[in-house]
Design a protein. Structure first.
Length: 204
């Protein structure tokens, strides 16, 4: 085994360090967050930090990097209280990854990729068309993480759309059937092929 301690990590070359630490958590969720500014400007960007916070109420969080540079997704969410989370799947990997490019606010990533915006119901933020799972969220609260100046953005699921053939009888969304991707580090995508399920565990 190769060992890194706190000091070794601090001294690592920048790119090596971010690759190492971003993959140290294991696989992460792969999502596109869709927003619209108060002026009607669409925005979509890739996020790997979306996490389940609880089912009742149905809350999801994601981590926003320090707002020392413009963060369009965060700004739009704070201003409009509405955003969408869309699962990245095999057919859109390259375009989804490209949404991490730092475009100016007046350029929509939808116009720079083949990703298409979709409007569903009363949601003012764009969904990503054909994503096998699409979620509409309402901003609930944010928590500043003092240790590194990042922000935990918390939202409640208002509407959840899932492709019919992915939904199992007991409520599980079969992500592998939908060819939904997972992220390894910062730029590697995996598309899992199997789900091995186990029964609810009780003490032996
Ligand atoms: C694989 C991947 C995962 C990312 N995950 C996050 C994340 O969880 N939080 C974050 O703030 N930025 C994340 N980013 C960076 C954003 O995608 C990037 O800053 C983007 O330009 C944000 O767009 P916006 O300014 O339109 O919101 C990630 C980038 C990549 C390539």
């Amino acid at each position: 085994m190769i060992k890194y301690n706190t000091n070794n990590i601090k001294e690592l070359e920048h790119l090596f360090k971010i690759n190492l630490i971003n993959s140290a958590t294991g696989y992460k969720s792969a999502n596109l967050i869709g927003t619209k500014s108060v002026n009607g400007q669409e925005n979509v960007a890739v996020f790997s930090s979306v996490v389940h916070l609880g089912s009742n109420p149905a809350l999801l969080g994601f981590i926003c990097r320090p707002t020392t540079v413009p963060r369009h997704t965060y700004k739009n969410i704070i201003e409009t209280k509405t955003y969408t989370i869309n699962h990245i799947h095999q057919d859109i990997l390259e375009d989804a990854h490209h949404t991490s490019a730092k475009y100016p606010e007046n350029i929509s990533e939808f116009n720079k990729t083949n990703l298409q915006p979709e409007y569903i119901g009363n949601c003012t933020a764009p969904f990503v068309k054909n994503a096998p799972v699409q979620l509409e969220l309402k901003f609930i609260e944010e928590m500043n993480i003092v240790a590194n100046d990042t922000i935990l953005v918390i939202g409640e699921i208002i509407n959840l759309y899932v492709k019919e053939d992915l939904l199992q009888q007991d409520g599980l969304i079969d992500l592998s059937k939908g060819k939904v991707a997972a992220i390894n580090g910062l730029d590697a995508y995996a598309v899992p092929e199997t789900n091995i399920r186990f029964e609810y565990q009780r003490p032996k």
